[in-house]
Structures are given as structure tokens and as C-alpha cells.
Design a protein. Structure first.
Lengths: 800, 112
């Protein structure tokens, strides 16, 4: 119950938000929202001792039991890390938003989206049912879409939102397909059961495609190359959103998914190589592109891409620990998994901090373009300090938490290169590429600090007088900055209580705690990782100073390539193709549409009737009265004459003949109510026709070419013949008998002796009510068309 | 009798569909009116044309004619009246705005 409450609290609060907003106003609504993650964070902290003790809090309620879909919630060590990030960073971001967003913005929308996202994200990390996880997964995409498009009047926001949506939802579909494959192999949607069947599933041939489909979902969400292109465009969102969704939490959903399925797929060679290579390539490409950005947020976006690649590759390295056949010590490889989680936590602190710093610069100076910034240190000393802490941590310098995790990354990459778990040979490249990417990282971290806060001020390029941010805005980044330093000094608290339990979930095969939770030390003697860090600093400084000279490299292929052109090309081709197809049948001619309808009717219905051999006409004539047959002849003549008359008055009168004849048939066929209604309606209809003719021109003979007329005639005859064929066939069957006997009890059941009336007014009264609604709608339509004509000049509503 | 009625329904459907496929708005509307006549006749024929007695419990002791198709048709008559009225007014307004009652001309004006 407790766990379910944690997921649904944000949704409940989001539903209550509009009413609360009206009650407490713009000034306090942010605090109302902040209370949600704060309460949840406290609730989760309370659970930590239990979870760290290896306990798992779970609850399950039947949701769609026929399909095996349950509302199954499971709080374990792995979900806990992510949930702590979601609620912890969520609290700080909400606090920051209170000062960041002007009350003129539509705060109600913003906070509802934010809470929706929070709930969806908690749902993702606590679901123990594949379908439940998938539902929440897509919900995070949708709330991200809404938040990126928050300033929807900007073109860039709409473009970015659409791009993010298209790419992540494509990945979502792939994920769904992968999940369904898992379901068909295992027969259950329960994630913990599926993971428990690891040995059985390993032999299934479908496990590899399922693995790749799930990876595609994780890679699109966690911006792995080449799906990373949506993240820079997502930076159009307000900065608190970028800090929260697009750096600290949502983009880590893919990381979560990979970690979640590590106990199932870990140890497979495909899994190891896919993760390692995708991660390493993303790491390098992201860092390389970050250096050339002029927009500070774009720079941070690429740096996020790069660091997500780093985490992904670490998860890949770690998965080798679960292979039975891999060479080397599993505990050494598992340390990479530990490093992944530790790096992820650190990343959320320093990257969230940096986003908030950039947000402050943007908010107070009015730009985040480094070509216009510089020398802000003396105006914004606090912000500057935060920027230094965040950047140095990201660059991997002591005494900040980034140093520890960067060292661990180097160590893990070196261990993989020397251990060669799958004897691929390519492993030796991992530490080399990782080291190079770290040099780039060092360079762009220096760019952030130097180009923004040091160097000359350029007052002519900025519109405002630089000044420090209001105190309230500095609180959230301040807390993060303190964390960045605290984690450096006390890393093992987090290692033992937060990461350790998650390691038990990820590597169930390794049971010794010492294997799962390595001791984190800042000083471990002069070893290879430390030497690598020194190398990073030396080469990084050198390249930063000479950046002007080698910047041209970005104009040379393949360095200038962005994957954007592929995306745009695909989108444009898709649009063009769909236009061509649509224009083929959406011609705007009513005749064409009727032709499609009747051809479809002829082909499908006629095909079914004749191909299945159901056509058994009943040609029995039965008794025929003289009156009946004469009216049949009258109607047939009137109908056929309709095709040849030259005057519309005649045509209307012929229609009247048909209508009154129908009324007479109702008399013959024992339906007095129908005959009465038909007579009245036919009279009114004829009057309506004649009334309209006053305003409409005399009709001209049809000017269609003969060919069209022949085709029309054939279709019409076909439709008539087919309806007759159906009628005759139906008369030949009497499979089920009449159900009208039931209605003959109408006096007893409904108190009416007129059965037809009883059906309309009682048995099917709901239908009749809706029919009245239809009449009402038609009446409104008629009234609107006649009474509410636009006055002259007013019809320009579309601004044409 | 059912046989003759079914043939008549076929003729009505043919005429209605042919009118629906034409270009003139009034012809199309007449087509919809005739199509509904055809469907009503088809429904009542399927319920057994001319069999049984009028479905009024006080008038006779049965067997009664099938009341269900009658109820269906009663609803259908009213609805088809509503659509015919709406279509006629729509045609009138379209002509007023576009100056034409030819679907092809109207389409051209609409695309411009």
C-alpha cells in the first residue's frame, strides 16, 4: 500500500492542483508542488534501512487480470536510487522553479505537467509488471513533450517537443514489442518472475531480438548515439525542466531499464558489446560536440549525452560479471556496475547544479550565448563559485565527487581492457577512447567557467546590468553544491546504503558484499587511473589554450556531421509520401467518395456473399395481393422516371409519390404508426424541398461525360443487385427465429399495449432519447446555418 | 410478396445510388431520401411482409406482426427527416456562398 501511495501521490496532487491553485494563488502554488517530492523523499529515506537490509517492499493489485496485467509495485534497491533522484532533485527543482518562473507564466499547466512526470517516473522505477512499466514509460514521454512545448508560441519549442516525442515514442514501441516477446516466452508480465527464469529464457531463440528491441527503447530514451539528437532541441524547455527531466531523471530511465534487465540479459555477449560500444561512441561524440557549442544549454545537453554514454558503457562493462564463460574475476567487472550507479548519482548532482547556474545566468543577464558573456565573476560571486564546483566535479577534479567516479570509470575501463572478458580484442580501445573523451570534457568544463565568468566583460553585448541572483534562487543550487563536496568526503555512506542494495538486485549471482560494494577512496596511491587524470588535465589545458587554432576541425567531415539531417530527411520524405497517398483518395469530389464506399461495399460484402457460398436465394412468391402489386409497379415507375425528368419540381413530386407509397405499404404491412409518421414526414419533406427551390437555381442536365455516367450506372446497378441478393438470401434463412416474442409481453413489462410504442418509449428508451438528441443537433445546425450568417467582412475568421 | 418487395428495394437502391453519384446537390439529397425509403421497405419486408396482425395488444389476440422492425423504422424515418432537412439548408447556404449547385464548381471554389 505504502509503495502504491508513493507512485500515486503526484497524480492525486496534480488532479487537485487546479482547484488549489485557485484557492491559494500564484505565489504559493509552487510551495504546494514542492511539498510533494519532499514528502515522498522523506518517505523513501524512511525505507532505506529496510531496503539496505535486503528487504523488498512490494504490493500487487489485479488491474486487468484476464490479460495478466497487475498493478504490481516493487520497491527494491535499484528502484530506490532512481526514486531518491526523482524526489530529491524534484524537490530542489520545484524550489528553484518558484523563483525562476514569472507569475505571468501559466504556472498551473507547468506544475501539473511536472507532477505528472514525477508520478510517471516513479511508476517506471517501481513497476513490477511489464505493461505497467510500459504505460508509465510512455507517460514520461508525453509529460516531457508537454514540458518542452511549454512555451508553445516559440517555433523551436514545438519543433523540439515533436522531435523528442517522435524519437522516444518510436523507442517506446520497440520496447513494447520486446516486452511482448518476453511475455510470449515466459508466459508472465511480472518482471521479477521473468528475471527469475533467466536460465530457462537463455535457451530461447527469441531472447536476442527481444534484447535488441528493449535496448532500442533504452537507447532512444537515454539519448545514445545516434538517437541523441532530440536532447539538444529539448533544451527549449524552461531551464528547471532541462535540469530535472533532461539531465537528472527522465534521460536516466534508459539507464534504469538496462540496469533492471542486467540480471536477465547480463552475461550475453551481445548485451556486453551493444552497451559498451554504444556507450563509448556516445561518450566520445557527445563530448566532442559539446566543445563547439556557443549556447551554454546546448553545451550542457551534449555533455549530458556524453555522460549518459559513459554510464551506459559502464553498465556494459559490469554485465560481464554475470557471464559464466567470461575470463577474469567477476567481482572486478561488477565494480563497473557500481561505478555506473555512483557516476549516475554524481552526475545528477553536478549536472543539476550546472543547469541551475546556467539558468541563473540566463535569467539575470538575458542570454546564455558565450560569445556575449564574460567576466561575470565579480558581479555574481556566489553563482561563480557554484559554477566552479559543478564544472570541476564534471571535469573529474578533487575535491569533488566527480573525481571519484571518473577515477572509477578509468579503473573499470582498464580492467576490461586487461581482463578481455569476451576476448574480442577491441576492449583495449575502451580506456583510450574514454580518456580522450575525458580530455574533451575537461575542455568544455573550462569553457563554461572561463567564457562565462572570467575574461573581459562585454557590456555592449548584453542588455542588462549584471547582478547576483535573488537569494531564493541560490538555495537549490547551493544544496547541490554542498552535496557535490560532501559526497567526495563521505562516499562510502552512499556506497553502502544506497548503491549496495541496488548492486544486489543487479548482480544476484554475486552474493559477497565485499564483491558488490568496493571501498571508495580518494587516494589510492599512484596508479594508472590517477596518471590518466593528470594526463587529462595537462592535455586539456593545452588544447583549451589552443582551441582557436584547431576549431576549424568542426568544418571537416566527419566532424561536422550531425545526425539531424537524417532525421529531417526522414520526416520530410515521410510527409511527402503521406501527402501523395492522401491526395490519391482525398480528392474533394463527393462522387469519388461515394464510388469508394460503394465499390468497397460491392467487393467486400458481395465477395463474402458469393465466395463463401452463402447465396441461396428464396424465389418463392407467396400470396400476392392486387393492391400491393400495383403499388410495387407505381413505385418502380416513379423511381425510374426520377432518372429522366428534366425539372426538379417533377423530381420532388416523384419523391413524394415514393414516400406516400411507402406509407401505404406500411398500412399493408400492419404498421399503422409508421404509416402515420411517414405521411406527416413526407408532407413536411416535400414542403421543405419546394421551399428550398425558391432559393436554388433550376437544375441543369448532368454534364458528366458518358464514360462517367456508364461507370455510375454500373456501380448503381451493382449496389441494387447486391441489396436484392442479400434480401433474397436472408429470406431463405431462419436460423435464430424472431426475438419479438419478448416484446409481446409489453403490457406486463412496460404497461403499454401498443408494442411499437412500448419498444420506443420503454424497452429502447435510451435509443429514443439519443434520437431526440440527433434531432436537436440537426435543429441547431439548421438554425445556425440560416440565422447566424456572418455579416459582411466578418467571414474572415481564418485571416485569409 | 417478399420477393416482389425485394426486387423493388433493389430498383430503389439503384436509383438512389445513381443520384448520389451525380454532381448536382439537389440530386444528391433526393438520392439520400430515396435510399432511406429503400431501407425502410427492406427492413419491414425482412420482418415478414403482411404476416400477423397489427401489434396492438387490445385489438386482437395475435399472432402479431413483428414489432421490432417497426420500431427501428420509426426511429429511422425521423432521423432521415432530420438529415434531409439539414442537407437542404446546407445546400441553400452553399449556393448562397458559392453561387453554384454543382459539386465540382464548389470544390474548385473551396480549393482556391
Amino acid at each position: 500500500m505504502y509503495a502504491v501511495f508513493i507512485i500515486f501521490l503526484p497524480f492525486i496532487m496534480a488532479a487537485l492542483l487546479p482547484a488549489t491553485h485557485r484557492l491559494i494563488g500564484d505565489r504559493l502554488i509552487g510551495w504546494y508542488v514542492m511539498a510533494v517530492p519532499l514528502v515522498l523523499f522523506a518517505a523513501l529515506i524512511r525505507l532505506i534501512p529496510q531496503i539496505a537490509g535486503g528487504e523488498i517492499v512490494s504490493a500487487s493489485y489485479a488491474w486487468i487480470p484476464d490479460a495478466g496485467i497487475d498493478l504490481a509495485v516493487r520497491v527494491d534497491g535499484l528502484g530506490m536510487i532512481f526514486a531518491l533522484l526523482i524526489t530529491g532533485v524534484g524537490t530542489l527543482v520545484a524550489l528553484y522553479s518558484i523563483y525562476y518562473l514569472s507569475p505571468r507564466e501559466s504556472l498551473g499547466h507547468f506544475y501539473v505537467y511536472l507532477l505528472l512526470f514525477m508520478g510517471a517516473m516513479l511508476g517506471v522505477v517501481f513497476s513490477d509488471n511489464l505493461m505497467l512499466l510500459y504505460t508509465f514509460w510512455e507517460l514520461t514521454s508525453i509529460s516531457s513533450f508537454l514540458l518542452i512545448a511549454f512555451w508553445y508560441h516559440r517555433k523551436g519549442s514545438r519543433y523540439g517537443a515533436q522531435k523528442a516525442m517522435l524519437i522516444t515514442v518510436m523507442g517506446g514501441f520497440s520496447l513494447l514489442a520486446g516486452f511482448l516477446m518476453l511475455y510470449f516466452m515466459s508466459g508472465t508480465f511480472s518482471i521479477s518472475e521473468i528475471i527469475g527464469m533467466r536460465d530457462v529464457l537463455a535457451g530461447e531463440p527469441m531472447i536476442v531480438p527481444a534484447m535488441f528491441l528493449i535496448l532500442l527503447g533504452a537507447f532512444t530514451k537515454s539519448v545514445q548515439f545516434p538517437f541523441h539528437i532530440w536532447l539538444p532541441d529539448a533544451m527549449e524547455a524552461p531551464t528547471p525542466v532541462s535540469a530535472y527531466l533532461h539531465s537528472a531523471t527522465m534521460v536516466k530511465a534508459g539507464i534504469y531499464l538496462v540496469a533492471l534487465f542486467t540480471p536477465l540479459f547480463g552475461g550475453m555477449e551481445y548485451w556486453f558489446w551493444s552497451l559498451s560500444i554504444a556507450g563509448i561512441v556516445t561518450l566520445l561524440w557527445g563530448a566532442f560536440n559539446a566543445m563547439k557549442q556557443n549556447d551554454l544549454k546546448a553545451l550542457l545537453a551534449y555533455s549530458t549525452i556524453s555522460q549518459l554514454g559513459l554510464i551506459m558503457s559502464l553498465l556494459g562493462f559490469g554485465s560481464a560479471a554475470l557471464s559464466a564463460s567470461a575470463a577474469g574475476d567477476p567481482a572486478v567487472y561488477a565494480a563497473a556496475g557500481f561505478a555506473a550507479l555512483f557516476y549516475m548519482l554524481n552526475h545528477s548532482t553536478f549536472k543539476g547544479l550546472l543547469f541551475m547556474v546556467i539558468g541563473i545566468v540566463d535569467h539575470e543577464i538575458g542570454t546564455r550565448d558565450i560569445r556575449r558573456l564574460g567576466g561575470l565573476m565579480s558581479f555574481m560571486p556566489v553563482t561563480f563559485t557554484f559554477a566552479v564546483i559543478g564544472s570541476f566535479s564534471m571535469a573529474g577534479l578533487p575535491p569533488f565527487n566527480g573525481f571519484l567516479s571518473k577515477e572509477m570509470f578509468f579503473g573499470a575501463a582498464v580492467d576490461i581492457a586487461s581482463g578481455q572478458p569476451f576476448a574480442g580484442g577491441a576492449e583495449v580501445l575502451f580506456p583510450v577512447v574514454g580518456w580522450l573523451a575525458s580530455v574533451f570534457t575537461f575542455i568544455y568544463c573550462t569553457i563554461i567557467v572561463y567564457r562565462t565568468f572570467l575574461g573581459p566583460v562585454q557590456p555592449e553585448k548584453i542588455d542588462r546590468v549584471p547582478h547576483e541572483a535573488p537569494k531564493g534562487m541560490l538555495v537549490a543550487p547551493g544544496i547541490l553544491a554542498v552535496l557535490v563536496i560532501l559526497i567526495f568526503f563521505f562516499p562510502n555512506v552512499i556506497g553502502k546504503y544506497v548503491i549496495g542494495p541496488a548492486m544486489q538486485v543487479m548482480f544476484p549471482a554475486l552474493s559477497r558484499e565485499a564483491d558488490l560494494v568496493p571501498e571508495i577512496t580518494a587516494w589510492h596511491g599512484v596508479n594508472l587511473p590517477l596518471v590518466m587524470t593528470f594526463g587529462v588535465i595537462a592535455l586539456g589545458l593545452l588544447l583549451f589554450i589552443t582551441f582557436r587554432h584547431w576549431r576549424r576541425i568542426y568544418r571537416v567531415a566527419p566532424f561536422r556531421w550531425t545526425m539531424d539531417s537524417i532525421y529531417r530527411g526522414l520526416l520530410q520524405t515521410g510527409e511527402a509520401a503521406s501527402n501523395i497517398v492522401t491526395d490519391l483518395y482525398m480528392t474533394g469530389r463527393s462522387r469519388d467518395y461515394f464510388v469508394f464506399i460503394y465499390l468497397f461495399f460491392l467487393i467486400t460484402a458481395g465477395g463474402m456473399l458469393f465466395l463463401t457460398g452463402a447465396f441461396e436465394p428464396d424465389f418463392s412468391r407467396g400470396p400476392v395481393g392486387i393492391f400491393e402489386i400495383s403499388f410495387v409497379i407505381i413505385m418502380a415507375f416513379a423511381a425510374i422516371a426520377m432518372l429522366f425528368v428534366r425539372s426538379r419540381i417533377t423530381a420532388t413530386l416523384l419523391n413524394g409519390v415514393l414516400g406516400y407509397s411507402v406509407a401505404i405499404f406500411f398500412v399493408f404491412f400492419r404498421a399503422p404508426d409508421l404509416a402515420l409518421t411517414q405521411t406527416v414526414i413526407e408532407t413536411v419533406t416535400t414542403v421543405l424541398f419546394l421551399l428550398c427551390f425558391h432559393f436554388l437555381p433550376e437544375w441543369k442536365p448532368e454534364d458528366s461525360p458518358l464514360r462517367t455516367k456508364v461507370v455510375n450506372g454500373l456501380i448503381a446497378i451493382g449496389a441494387g443487385v447486391l441489396v436484392t441478393a442479400f434480401g433474397l438470401t436472408v429470406q431463405g434463412y431462419d436460423v435464430y427465429g424472431s426475438i419479438s416474442v419478448y416484446f409481446e409481453e409489453s403490457y406486463k413489462l412496460a404497461g403499454g399495449s401498443n408494442i411499437v410504442n412500448a419498444i420506443l418509449g420503454d424497452f429502447r428508451a435510451f435509443d429514443t432519447m439519443l434520437e431526440v438528441v440527433v434531432l436537436f443537433i440537426a435543429g441547431i445546425g439548421v438554425y445556425t446555418l440560416i440565422a447566424l450568417k456572418p455579416k459582411k467582412g466578418e467571414d474572415d475568421v481564418e485571416g485569409k | 410478396m417478399e420477393f416482389h418487395m425485394t426486387i423493388l428495394v433493389g430498383i430503389l437502391v439503384t436509383v438512389a445510388v445513381y443520384l448520389l453519384l451525380s454532381r448536382n446537390m439537389v440530386r444528391i439529397i433526393l438520392g439520400t431520401a430515396i435510399l432511406s425509403h429503400a431501407v425502410h421497405l427492406l427492413l419491414i419486408t425482412m420482418g415478414g411482409a403482411g404476416e400477423g396482425k397489427v401489434p396492438l395488444l387490445r385489438e386482437s389476440d395475435g399472432p402479431y406482426a413483428d414489432a421490432l422492425p417497426q420500431a427501428l423504422i420509426l426511429t429511422a424515418i425521423v432521423i432521415s427527416f432530420a438529415t434531409t432537412a439539414l442537407l437542404l439548408v446546407l445546400a441553400y447556404r452553399t449556393y448562397e456562398e458559392s453561387g453554384s449547385d454543382n459539386m465540382n464548381t464548389i470544390r474548385r471554389i473551396d480549393r482556391e
